[in-house]
Design a protein around this ligand. Sequence first.
Ligand SMILES: N[C@@H](CCC(=O)N[C@@H](CS)C(=O)NCC(=O)O)C(=O)O
Length: 220
Amino acid sequence: MIRLHHVAFSRSFRVLWLLEELGLEYEVIHYDIRDGSLRGAFQELSPAGRVPALETGDQVLFESGAIHEYLTETYPRAGLGRAAGTIQRARFLEMLHFAETMAGCIEQLNMQHVFLRDPAQASAMVIKLVTARLAGTLKALERLLEGQAFLLADGFSAADTMMGFNLFAAPYFVPLDGLAGLLAYRARLEARPAYGRARARDGAQKFYDRAFYPVPELGA
Ligand SMILES: N[C@@H](CCC(=O)N[C@@H](CS)C(=O)NCC(=O)O)C(=O)O
């Protein structure tokens, strides 16, 4: 039995997609990030009240990166985490963590633009700085992808399910227009049948009420 605790269009999408890439059977329990259901009893599964949490048999794991390592080790024949001790595995681990460096910027911008109850409490200076940091990670990713189709030079891996989610959230804050390599990479990810199946089980995105959130004027 595999059960994924999930919020639509959140980091738990990474795990949903990886489960599809691995061809596993699983159940999805859906939550709303705003209705308090990630607090209280849910924290027995994920102590900080965050998704994803993944139940497998009698164990529960939280943290999308740890779940990626666990699933790729548990189902090694798919080869999505590469073999221990290889340079590809080292690069795989590096990319799992880099995905969270980028996602941390997205999370801060979500907080400033979307989740504050009183939008007047947002800081234009913090938004400006964090948006620049997010743009920096995206440019770095574009450079890392030069000459290769996926994050690992030898082909698709679970590093792409981990990072791929970010490329659908980041454009709410940083346009990808000038980053042709990233747009092409994202299109390759979207074309994967497992990605399409995961989107079909994801649910409707409920946080963003516009397509783009610009940096406010300083002093506004
Ligand atoms: N580093 C964690 C972050 C998990 C996380 O922050 N998830 C967000 C959704 S993207 C969440 O559950 N937020 C709920 C909250 O902050 O209350 C991971 O990669 O799993």
